[in-house]
Write a protein that binds this ligand. Structure first.
Ligand code: FE2
Length: 376
């Protein structure tokens, strides 16, 4: 058995040098922020929240901010070529640039992480407007992805100073998405352990689960993964690297089309996955499908569950169980033309794991898609 739950290696009573209170927001650099925001409103049920651009004094870019419960997504586009945001989109396509984390002291977060070897992205700064003050700082993680540290307990505005409230008459209802459960990074060959070390040493995370290629391989594709968690468990970042298989790993396909390391998927939590996925599908979100045989012996595999099997089978929702309970999950197809970023929708019923029992069925579904793209 190659999966293991690691022990906490910190000394009893040792303070968490980087206290985190969850994901503050996820920022995507995209080719057309106006249209991306509309897609996340119409398809995923986000609401308009805030806007920054030339009208608010930001001359080189526009950003649209949308929110659903505790989920905040920001879509940013450069207004001219030769801009870092434009260069990012040219290289990577649409993708996640910022995984912003809530802290109570942005300057301390920056000092603690950079002194442990984190590479600075943004030195600590204080932003103010009539609604109060926000502290911001940031460091790089894998690829061109960054973590911003956001301190906003003294701020009452819509999003951040520099943004104005964005109100529109188009407000499609919520689909019940609540918060970021975890965000997964794809890194290059032999790069998983260096990034595990980064999260341990620079950010004080620990490795809570490991999967090797005997857990995560199908006939063709293989990968290895380690799940990193911060001290209170609010922030979980699994890290994947490709493993040798008969044909191209799904992680290699990602690395090729993203032109490097980056965020593979963001898992969004719901309290009612059948309702959420029904609505997402009705609004045009496409999901990976598993064969009907997956559901034939589901109860003998995972034990009794509260949900009826037929809607799960109809929607393609997967179920897995660990020592603490079970979880329901489903994966979208990539949400842009490159086979890069996708979303997971997850409902946890006690389980704290990541659906290892579904890897085979899931990866076979991914390979069918890879094969249809000619990338297997
Ligand atoms: Fe996941």
């Amino acid at each position: 058995m190659s999966t293991l739950l690691a022990a906490d290696t910190r000394q009893p009573g040792q303070a968490d040098f980087l206290p985190l209170y969850g994901t503050d927001y996820v920022e995507f650099y995209v080719g057309n922020a106006k249209q991306a925001a509309h897609y996340y409103k119409s398809a995923f049920g986000f609401q308009s929240l805030a806007y920054a651009g030339p009208e608010t004094g930001v001359k080189d870019r526009v950003s649209y901010v949308v929110r659903q419960n505790k989920l905040t997504f920001v879509f940013t586009t450069a207004l001219r070529t030769g801009h870092p945001v434009a260069d990012h989109v040219y290289l990577h396509g649409d993708g996640v640039k910022v995984l912003a984390l809530r802290v109570d002291d942005a300057a301390a977060a920056w000092h603690e992480t950079t002194k442990r070897g984190g590479k600075s992205y943004m030195e600590p700064a204080r932003l103010t407007d009539k609604y109060g003050e926000v502290g911001l700082s940031g460091i790089y993680t894998y690829g061109e992805t960054v973590h911003l540290f956001v301190e906003r307990d003294q701020y009452a505005g819509a999003f951040l100073p520099g943004f104005r409230e964005w109100k529109t008459g188009y407000n499609p209802p919520s689909t019940g998405l609540r918060y970021v459960d975890h965000a997964v990074g794809n890194v290059g060959w032999n790069q998983m352990n260096p990034w595990v070390k980064f999260y341990e040493e620079v950010m004080g995370f620990r490795n809570i689960l490991s999967f090797d290629d005997s857990d995560i391989s199908t006939e063709y594709s293989a990968l290895m993964s380690k799940v990193m968690s911060n001290g209170n468990g609010y922030v979980k970042f699994p890290i994947n690297e490709p493993a040798e298989g008969k044909k191209k790993s799904q992680v290699e396909e990602y690395l090729e089309f993203y032109n490097g390391e980056g965020v593979q998927h963001v898992a969004l939590a719901t309290d009612d996955i059948v309702r959420t996925v029904t609505q997402l599908r009705d609004r045009g979100v496409e999901f990976l499908q598993v064969p009907p045989s997956y559901y034939k012996d589901l109860i003998s595999r995972v034990g009794a569950i509260e949900e009826d099997i037929s809607p799960l089978a109809e929607l393609g929702i997967l179920v897995d169980r660990d020592d603490e309970g079970y979880l329901l999950q489903i994966f979208s197809k990539p949400v842009e033309d490159r086979p890069t970023l996708f979303f997971e929708i997850i409902q946890r019923k006690g389980a704290k794991s990541f659906g290892k029992g579904n890897f085979k069925a899931l990866f076979e579904a991914i390979e069918r898609e890879q094969s249809a793209r000619g990338n297997l």
